[in-house]
Design a binder for this molecule. Structure first.
Ligand SMILES: Cc1cc2nc3c(=O)[nH]c(=O)nc-3n(C[C@H](O)[C@H](O)[C@H](O)COP(=O)(O)OP(=O)(O)OC[C@H]3O[C@@H](n4cnc5c(N)ncnc54)[C@H](O)[C@@H]3O)c2cc1C
Length: 114
């Protein structure tokens, strides 16, 4: 474990010393903001690496992309940044505040929003 209690991982998100164990999300010692968004990206890499390790293919590496942050502040307001650039409040409100990205969860679950 790292000093903060997170699990040390390599670029393939394998836990140090345990090649068959992958760590994703907040528990993984990756130097980036701890976000659900990042946890999803980790999961995609871990899933493909589990499959690749079973089939003997080369493992994929995880790289932090542009750091994006959107904070909803009620239905019609919000603040955010993309790769260090401040986003206009109306853009955050339109993109996130109105429905808190629920459409994304429905899509990922392959369900139609009622
Ligand atoms: C106030 C707040 C706002 C946030 N806003 C955003 C945002 O807008 N966008 C974004 O992308 N991210 C946001 N985050 C970060 C996001 O919530 C986390 O990065 C994400 O939840 C991490 O997911 P995880 O599955 O790795 O861990 P968690 O969601 O923490 O899940 C870990 C689970 O393990 C359980 N657990 C712990 N110990 C044990 C045990 N011994 N046995 C069994 N179960 C155990 C916990 O109860 C928990 O349910 C926010 C976080 C906070 C606190």
């Amino acid at each position: 474990m790292a000093a903060n209690g997170a699990l040390k991982v390599n670029a393939h998100l394998q836990v140090e010393g345990f090649p068959n164990v992958f760590a994703v999300g907040d528990c993984a010692d990756v130097s980036e903001p701890k976000l659900a968004y990042h946890a999803g990206l980790h999961a995609a890499v871990a899933v493909s690496n589990i499959s690749n390790s079973v089939t003997g293919k080369e493992l994929t590496s995880y790289h932090t992309g542009n750091v994006t942050m959107m904070l909803a502040m009620g239905h019609d307001d919000g603040v955010g940044q993309f790769n260090g650039l401040k986003l206009p409040r109306c853009v955050v409100a339109l993109a996130k505040s109105r429905d808190l990205l629920l459409w994304k969860s429905w899509r990922e679950m392959e369900q139609n929003q009622p």
